[in-house]
Design a protein around this ligand. Structure first.
Ligand code: NAG
Length: 308
């Protein structure tokens, strides 16, 4: 695929798991099932929240928005990866590669902001219960959702404008299952060191700010919960544990990937899979399996479906 020095790269080659045909078929089936399961789980949550009047509260609106993003997050790269298990040439067009970069950063940025919004919602509910209805109005809730998307998209665009115009003149092997921003930038035929640092700080700053905000709000909530021991606090604690698990699962891989970006550890690839395939699946499992209200709403939904 080596082209002349002046020609422009029109497609990139993605990494795929090695192995004989039978193994590829196994990967294909395994990841297809996981993917379908993820879509089903997340859309079930969105459907349940939007159709059950008892769940029409800010907390569940934010949760269903999170599920919607998870469904998108599992879609920006996984189908391509799945198809690549069966194809000989594991290529992706230039535009497709840029689209993957855009969606990855927009969705991850938005999800981070949404997790912060959810923590804020729990902070108000637990630490200011009497003013909850006033502070978390439906307008505030919509504002938080729109704001999260705005920050996510702006963050992504700010990185993409620098990337699309780079001179790609030959090397086109991306050493991952999808077009990872830093790996793609490294392929450009120019000194990209400063750009890499810039991108890294851009993503890192966003992640760091949301992580610190999350830590602070959960610490304040935990301290508040400690000093009370009513029945409602037991429920609050269960919700908090679910939130905390999701946040840990989300930021854990992120921090790993971005803390060691210049090493070519295979750990990078393992984490990329974890984070684009498993995390979107885990969120609905964590929230629904631990949440009686969601489970009973889903049962109601099913009975309604059967009787109609
Ligand atoms: C997202 O949140 C907004 C604002 O609360 C809500 O109106 C909307 O229905 C939610 N969307 C989804 C897909 O859950």
């Amino acid at each position: 695929m080596d082209q002349g020095n002046n020609s422009r790269v029109t497609e990139f080659v993605l990494y795929s798991l090695p192995g004989p045909r039978e193994l590829q078929l196994f990967y294909f089936t395994f990841f297809t099932l996981l993917y379908l399961f993820t879509l089903l789980g997340n859309f079930l949550i969105v459907l349940t929240v939007l159709s059950e009047p008892a769940l029409q509260t800010p907390m569940y609106f934010l949760l269903s928005n999170l599920s919607f993003i998870d469904a998108c997050l599992s879609t920006f790269a996984t189908p391509k990866m799945i198809v690549n298990f069966l194809t000989e040439h594991k290529t992706i067009s230039f535009a497709g590669c840029m689209a993957q970069i855009f969606f990855q950063h927009a969705l991850v940025g938005t999800e981070m902001m949404l997790l912060v919004a959810m923590a804020y919602d729990r902070y108000v509910a637990i630490c200011r219960p009497l003013q909850y209805a006033v502070i978390m109005s439906i307008h505030k809730c919509i504002g938080l959702v729109v704001g999260s998307w705005l920050i996510g998209v702006l963050h992504s665009v700010s990185q993409l404008v620098f990337t699309v115009n780079l001179p790609f003149c030959g090397p086109n092997k991306v050493d991952n299952f999808f077009c990872d921003l830093l790996l793609v930038i490294e392929l450009a035929c120019t000194d990209t060191y400063m750009l890499e640092i810039l991108m890294l700080s851009d993503s890192g700053l966003l992640a760091m700010i949301s992580f610190v905000l999350l830590l602070i709000s959960y610490m304040v909530i935990l301290v508040t919960v400690q000093h009370r021991s009513s029945e409602g606090m037991t429920k609050a604690r269960a919700t908090l544990t679910a939130h905390f698990t999701v946040v840990t699962l989300f930021f854990g891989p992120c921090i790993f990937i971005y803390a060691w970006p210049f090493n070519n550890f295979p750990v990078d690839k393992v984490l990329s899979i974890f984070y684009s395939v498993f995390t979107p699946l885990l969120n609905p499992l964590i929230y629904t399996l631990r949440n009686k209200e969601v489970i009973s709403a889903m049962q109601k939904l099913r009975t309604r479906k059967i009787s109609s």
